[in-house]
Design a binder for this molecule. Structure first.
Ligand code: GDP
Ligand code: MG
Length: 297
């Protein structure tokens, strides 16, 4: 929680501070509403959500509403918008197998390290699968995170088939009764094979040949790219069975509102958020704490 609040500091300063400033000496009127809308857009909430919120404020009418009341109207509307993309059902099947995808640099490998540590502290056993086999450095980086988190890792030689590595890891998890397998994948590949095909093969091989597992695909997105990451995200969600989003680097952006636009547009719920580079800098996405971290209590 504390990390989330610290992580969203920039977004909050922008939103909360400015709402206060706009309404400290003036009331809600056409002009202040427009300023508020600009503010919401600047936090990357997207035109649709911003408009809905402004509409709600307008309905509430001018005179009485001060900064405090406006904030709670905004918070209420944000919660209702987030609530329209329901949280995912816990996966059926064992072991739970999470295939993590996303373009280079968004924070996949770090997220996997943090998740491994989190799950382990929740009493689960975890194996990581090094399916980003094209760069030796990628495997080494995952190995480092495995050590930090204190979990094991399955890897093969450089250039090995990513789907084969995933298969191996799940087989090993089954043999050892390991609760969770998390697979790290490439964000770009250096052969002629198409990235989406390569990733799809991982899902296909696992679902065809590993009966009974709880297979999930999580897409990692960098919050700094805000709404720009939408197109990128659509390429993944249209090609792969993506059931959850992880939004990283919320600590380094004032555009935390993007979370709402992205989840609405993709119709996939946010499951975790990254709020820093450390082992513990990850939080399960909880709409209530997210909204209060973003705009103040
Ligand atoms: N500030 C911040 N940096 C992050 C976060 N997650 C990842 N990073 C940084 O983003 C960079 C790329 O991360 P990496 O996990 O290698 O991305 P990948 O290429 O998708 O595997 C690294 O410098 C990470 O430390 C986060 O939540 N906050
Ligand atoms: Mg990586």
């Amino acid at each position: 929680m504390q990390r989330l609040f610290r992580g969203l500091r920039k977004t909050k300063e922008r939103l909360f501070g400015s709402i206060q400033a706009i309404l400290s000496s003036r009331s809600l009127n056409a002009e202040t509403l427009e300023e508020l809308e600009g503010l919401l857009l600047s936090a990357d909430l997207g035109p649709e959500a911003a408009e809905r919120i402004i509409e709600r404020l307008r309905e509430r009418g001018a005179s009485a509403a001060g900064a405090g009341e406006c904030r709670s109207i905004i918070a209420g509307e944000l919660l209702s918008i987030i609530g329209e993309t329901p949280a995912p059902e816990p996966p059926m099947g064992y072991p739970r197998v999470i295939v993590v995808v996303g373009v280079n640099g968004v924070g996949k490998t770090s997220t996997i390290g943090k998740l491994a540590y989190l799950f382990k502290n929740e009493g689960k056993s975890v194996i990581l699968a090094a399916c980003d086999t094209f760069r030796a450095a990628a495997v080494e980086q995952l190995e480092l995170w495995a050590q930090r988190a204190g979990v094991s890792i399955v890897r093969q030689r450089s250039g090995a088939d990513p789907a084969a590595v995933a298969f191996d890891a799940v087989q090993s998890a089954k043999a050892k009764n390991t609760d969770i397998v998390i697979a790290d994948t490439a964000g770009r590949i250096h052969t002629k094979v198409n990235l989406m095909e390569e990733l799809r093969k991982i899902f296909n091989v696992l679902s065809a040949r590993m009966e009974g597992i709880g297979l999930e695909g999580w897409l990692v997105l960098d919050a700094n790219t805000g709404q720009n990451s939408l197109r990128q995200a659509e390429a993944f969600t249209s090609a792969l069975p993506i059931s959850g989003l992880v939004l990283t680097k919320l600590d380094s952006t004032a555009k935390g509102g993007a979370i709402i636009t992205i989840q609405r547009n993709l119709r996939v719920p946010v499951v975790y958020v990254g709020v820093g580079e450390g082992l513990e800098d990850i939080e399960r996405f909880d709409p209530e704490s997210f909204v209060s971290a973003m705009i103040g209590e």
